[in-house]
Ligand binder design. Structure first.
Ligand code: SF4
Length: 186
């Protein structure tokens, strides 16, 4: 099957495979470069993302843009998406079955098509979604490992970094690691 991101996005926008389809306004497939340097994986769309159908457009998005600027990357050079593509009611955490269904139907295919050199997991849910790990982020943030053919970096979700000054400092340190990784990978 000749699967393209456009076809995938169409499928995601019309997806009714898990209960989150009932409460969403818009599914948020993700967006970014065709051949991105980095694939960023977040948790789930929030209220602004649900309204616009675009990823990380609220305060967390602004914070992320500042982190990108700090290490000299542009948003249109990367790909950004989330672990589930539809907003959970009242911004609750996605449930295990929602994560599983969305991953098998969409996230795995996005990764197969994009085949990024680098994946950055933004927060606990992204780490769980991709690796099934439930580690405490304060202990494993900054860790780099190989996932299939991609290098992966674990860091925090921007929403946590905005709320807690200590996390903000740690996340900025992780982004400096990301900068070095990018330089190594060329
Ligand atoms: S969260 Fe994922 S699996 Fe569930 S309805 Fe949305 S796109 Fe489909």
């Amino acid at each position: 099957m000749n699967l393209t991101l456009d076809k995938l996005n169409f499928g995601i926008k019309n997806c009714k495979k898990c209960p989150l389809c009932k409460s969403r306004l818009n599914a948020v497939p993700g967006e970014g470069a065709v051949n991105p340097k980095i694939f960023f994986l977040g948790e789930a769309p929030g209220i602004n993302e649900d309204r616009t159908g675009k990823p990380f457009v609220g305060k967390s998005g602004k914070y992320l843009d500042e982190l990108f600027a700090d290490i000299g990357i542009l948003r249109n050079e990367v790909y950004i998406t989330s672990s589930v593509k539809c907003r959970p009611p009242k911004n609750r955490r996605p449930l295990p079955n929602e994560l599983k269904i969305c991953r098998l139907n969409w996230l795995d295919k996005q990764l197969m098509i994009i085949n990024p050199k680098l994946i950055v997991m933004l927060g606990k849910v992204a780490l769980l979604q991709l690796t099934n790990r439930t580690d405490n982020l304060t202990q494993v943030h900054g860790e780099i490992f190989t996932y299939h053919s991609s290098q992966c970096l674990i860091t925090f979700h921007p929403a946590s970094a905005m709320r807690f000054p200590k996390i903000d400092i740690l996340m900025k340190q992780d982004f400096q690691k990301l900068k070095l990784l990018l330089e190594k990978l060329g």
